[in-house]
Design a protein around this ligand. Structure first.
Ligand code: PEP
Ligand code: MG
Length: 886
């Protein structure tokens, strides 16, 4: 039997279902599901994603059996709709749409009204009794087909339309007559002939296959490729093609088309949220050309004066409300729906899990648990760890002075400031030079996606909450104010003007508040968010499910407090060198480095000791007995050296050493490859007095608090960049001697741990030997990535983006842990370490500790904890819960 490539839906029955998204794409699978649960869906069929794969494998051809399957299923649509494809008297028209496994809004192509030609258009006139409608549909079809299938320059046909309006002296498309449209169809076809030297295909079958191939072809268009890259969607997935009987929202005032969310996608509030347009076709709502009306008055969406669907089409609205209920009960998640009303009859054209902001995602998950729709586990899994990043974005300081110059729709939350730019390319170019920009457009389109990505925020003059700008910005977690009709954008002069006549030019600074829809002049200060309410509740559930601990990388008492507020269960990495840069201390540190006698170094270290001790007291106090891992000095010494004449002169006075001698010493410390040079434990081996001072400071701080303030502390002393067990045994012996001395002097009882970072492949491969000395391992995956790949952390930025753009690497290994290579070393080290010290404590403290995919890897590798920057602690907690649950 031939393989099945085509899946039918219609008349209450469907070949597919919701969990067949890989094969049918999201749209196709859900059209099938909606059909089966009895919702009104126009009949159609889905050509599977496998055909897309074959299409690209076999030089853009289809499996041999596809044609027969398509015609058999087309026949089923004809039977159910009582019309025939290509029939002059009673023609069936079709829509042909893309639909991948993951939603890619607006990135691929669509053809509507397919099946129209000079003969069938007359049938549509007879069917609808509306000649104007029929020829309007026809010209839209020719326009769309020319663009999508024939690859004709859009401007040529747009220009003909504009010319027509001028000639007729009218402003709106709606003012053109049947005769005008008929005329235009002829002009369009002539233009196609002139530009492409082909006749517009009259044969509906030829049209159908042209459209199917174009939709498959659009999987590889540039904007789809960019979108996939930004959203980590593999090219192998391919798209499905949905062919469906057309229903029309533009046959008169008893017709409409709209999109809605079963809950507010911006805040998560539980009310029916949507927009619609009377007498409009398909894409008009999201295209942002006409301002849509709200479906109800629950919230006014800023369009308060427009009548709602509830008011103008009460029956259809009530039916839609029922469908909302059915869909939520069925899918148990917030849905994003598209519908069309043809002559008073409601049809569902799409449902999918709605994209939502991070705050909405949390509110919906928590509310749905309270409503008994889902359990806590599901709620936790519903919130993507990476999404939390958005929550940790700042909002406007409520006490700050602000000059609001315009108000639009609060399309995507957050508060951002930047310089105004008016085109996507420019946004990208400016952002590359490190500038913060706000992209201002009349409306955005999929071509702007790279600029939206690069900008801090997006401001559009047109379009509603479901416009391209709003949907895409929310998905990206970007601040966006959309539909700001109060501004007039002038691309030619690169400026916009507000209602009060204020002109804002390119390069001027503005601030957007995406939660209120406000546009402000200048930079308005922001504050970080309060992590209470639903967030706290969800994070409570997160902590019930996760088994791996989350710590933070923090070097100051302040960071330690922030980390604990975010739920850190300890400090996984305190980089002591950060304390050395303090203005008061750097002189003493330099003195220490530049003294060529032990005596001089000890003198300088004696100045630093009390400062380090008080740092550690502060950190231990903040952490209230939670584990704290302190790393001894790691970076190459030259990082601390004076760089300019003035500093050298000052130092020469304090040290009573001639400038010339100092300069010579500074030069002699130069290294060709400092990352692989005299750093980490190598400093401790050659200058033991430095580590001795640091260990003394750590133990003194801990003993002080244990003795005088009743703390219970087990300090974890970490030695960086170990390659051989011998390095560790020498340094451990030194450290133990100091620890015991300090403990004895205080007369307290205290445990402490001495461990190491695993940052070098040799350390990972000999972890069994190293674990005979080390009481814990912490994977320094920044250096471990650097040393495994032989890829400089500081220089990779020059060529890594090229690697990623060209598919040589999928991801930046400094962001997402390379599981195949670096991850393998981590696993080997865990196994070997446990083989000689079964209870060894294992953690990670590289940047990967806050990257969701890497955290999941760490859980699987059996690490006891992951440590990351304080702001990423909630992300890591959630990722760890996901790992435990899946
Ligand atoms: C590491 O190398 O992963 C690490 C945490 O240390 P640093 O980034 O300070 O080199
Ligand atoms: Mg390191």
């Amino acid at each position: 039997m031939a393989l099945k490539y085509v899946y039918f839906f219609g008349g209450g029955q469907a070949d597919g279902k919701a969990d067949m998204k890989n094969l049918l794409g999201g749209k196709g699978a859900n059209l099938a599901e909606m059909t089966s649960i009895g919702l009104p869906v126009p009949p159609g069929f889905t050509i599977s994603t496998e055909v897309c794969t074959e299409f690209y494998k076999n030089n853009r051809t289809h499996p041999a059996s596809l044609a027969a399957e398509v015609s058999a299923n087309l026949k089923k649509i004809e039977d159910l709709m009582g019309k025939k494809f290509g029939d002059p008297a009673n023609p069936l028209l079709l829509s042909v749409r893309s639909g991948a496994r993951a939603s890619m809004p607006g990135m691929m192509d669509t053809v509507l009204n397919l099946g129209l030609n000079d003969t069938t258009v007359k049938g549509i006139v007879a069917q609808s009794g509306d000649e104007r409608f029929a020829y309007d549909a026809y010209r839209r079809f020719v326009q769309m087909y020319a663009d999508v299938v024939l690859g004709m320059n859009k401007d040529t046909l747009d220009h003909l339309l504009e010319q027509k309006k001028e000639e007729r002296d009218v402003h709106f498309d709606t003012d053109l007559t049947a005769g005008d449209w008929k005329d235009l169809v002829g002009q369009y076809k002539a233009a196609i002939k002139a530009e492409l030297d082909i006749d517009f295909p009259e044969d509906p079958q030829e049209q159908l296959w042209g459209a199917i191939n174009a939709v498959f072809g659009s999987w590889m268009n540039q904007r789809a490729i960019t979108y996939r890259k930004l959203n980590n969607i593999p090219a192998e997935w391919g798209t499905a093609v949905n062919v469906q009987g057309m229903v029309f929202g533009n046959m008169g005032n008893d017709c409409a088309t709209g999109v809605a969310f079963t809950r507010d996608p911006s805040t998560g509030e539980n009310y029916f949220y949507g927009e619609f347009l009377v007498n409009a076709q398909g894409e008009d709502v999201v295209a942002g050309i006409r301002t849509p009306q709200p479906i109800n008055r629950a919230k006014d969406n800023g369009n308060g004066d427009l009548p709602s669907m509830e008011e103008v089409m009460p029956e259809c609205y009530q039916q839609l409300v029922q469908i909302r209920e059915i869909l939520e009960q069925h899918y148990k998640d917030m849905q994003d729906i598209e519908f069309t009303i043809e002559k008073g009859v409601l049809y569902m054209l799409q449902t999918r899990n709605g994209k939502r902001t991070a705050p909405a995602s949390i509110k919906i998950a928590v509310d749905m648990v309270n409503e008994g729709l889902i359990d806590k586990k599901t709620a936790v899994l519903r919130v993507a760890p990476s999404q939390l990043d958005q929550l940790l974005h700042p909002t406007l300081d409520p006490h700050a002075k602000k000059t609001v110059i315009a108000k639009g729709l609060p399309a995507s939350p957050g508060a951002v400031s930047g310089e105004v730019v008016f085109c996507a390319d420019e946004a990208e170019a400016e952002a590359k030079t490190g500038r913060k920009v706000i992209l201002v457009r009349i409306e955005t389109s999929p071509e702007d996606i790279h600029g939206m990505h690069a900008a801090q925020g997006i401001l559009t003059a047109r379009g509603g909450m479901t416009s391209h700008a709003a949907v895409v910005a929310r998905g990206m977690g970007k601040c966006c104010v959309a539909g700001c009709g109060e501004i007039k954008v002038d691309y030619t002069n690169e400026s916009f003007t507000t209602v009060t006549g204020q002109v804002v030019k390119k390069g001027d600074l503005i601030t957007l508040d995406g939660s209120k829809g406000e546009v402000m002049l200048g930079v308005v200060p922001t504050v970080s968010v309060q992590l209470t309410g639903d967030f706290a509740k969800l994070m409570g559930w997160v902590d019930e499910f996760r088994t791996m601990k989350i710590r933070a990388n923090a070097d100051t008492p302040h960071d330690a407090r922030v980390a604990r507020d975010f739920g850190a269960e300890g400090i996984g990495l305190c980089r002591t060198e950060h304390m050395f840069f303090d203005a008061e201390r750097i002189a003493a540190v330099r003195e220490m480095i530049l003294s060529d006698e032990l005596e001089g170094r000890e003198r300088a270290l004696a100045k630093i000791l009390p400062m380090q001790t008080s740092d550690f007291i502060g950190i231990f106090k903040e952490m209230k007995g939670l584990p704290v891992t302190i790393r001894l000095l790691d970076p190459p010494l030259h990082e601390f050296l004076p760089q300019n004449e003035k500093d050298i002169e000052e130092l020469s006075k304090t040290m009573k050493v001639p400038v010339k001698t100092l300069k010579y010493t500074v030069e002699s410390l130069h290294e060709f490859n400092p990352m692989l040079g005299h750093r980490g434990c190598r400093l401790g081996i050659t200058f033991p007095e430095i580590y001795d001072m640091q260990v003394r400071a750590i133990m003194t701080a801990a003993c002080e608090l244990v003795k005088n303030e009743g703390f219970s502390i087990v300090p974890e002393i970490m030695i960086p960049l170990i390659a051989t067990v011998k390095e560790l045994s020498v340094l451990k012996q030194n450290a133990v001697a100091i620890c015991e001395e300090v403990i004895a002097a205080y007369g307290v009882k205290m445990e402490y741990l001495i461990g190491t970072m695993i940052e070098l492949p040799r350390a990972a491969l000999t972890a069994d030997e190293i674990a005979t000395e080390a009481e814990f391992f912490s994977f320094g995956t920044n250096d471990l990535t650097q040393t495994t790949f032989g890829l400089s952390r500081d220089d990779a930025g020059k060529f890594l983006p090229f690697y990623i753009d060209n598919g040589i690497m999928d991801e930046d290994p400094f962001v997402t842990l390379d599981q195949a290579g670096v991850g393998q070393l981590v696993k080997i080290a865990c196994e070997k370490g446990r083989s000689t010290r079964p209870n060894i404590k294992l953690g990670i403290c590289g940047e990967h500790g806050g990257n969701p995919a890497s955290v999941i890897f760490c859980h699987k590798a059996g690490l006891n904890y992951a440590s990351c920057s304080p702001f990423r602690v909630p992300i890591a907690r959630l990722a760890a819960a996901h790992a435990a649950l899946s």
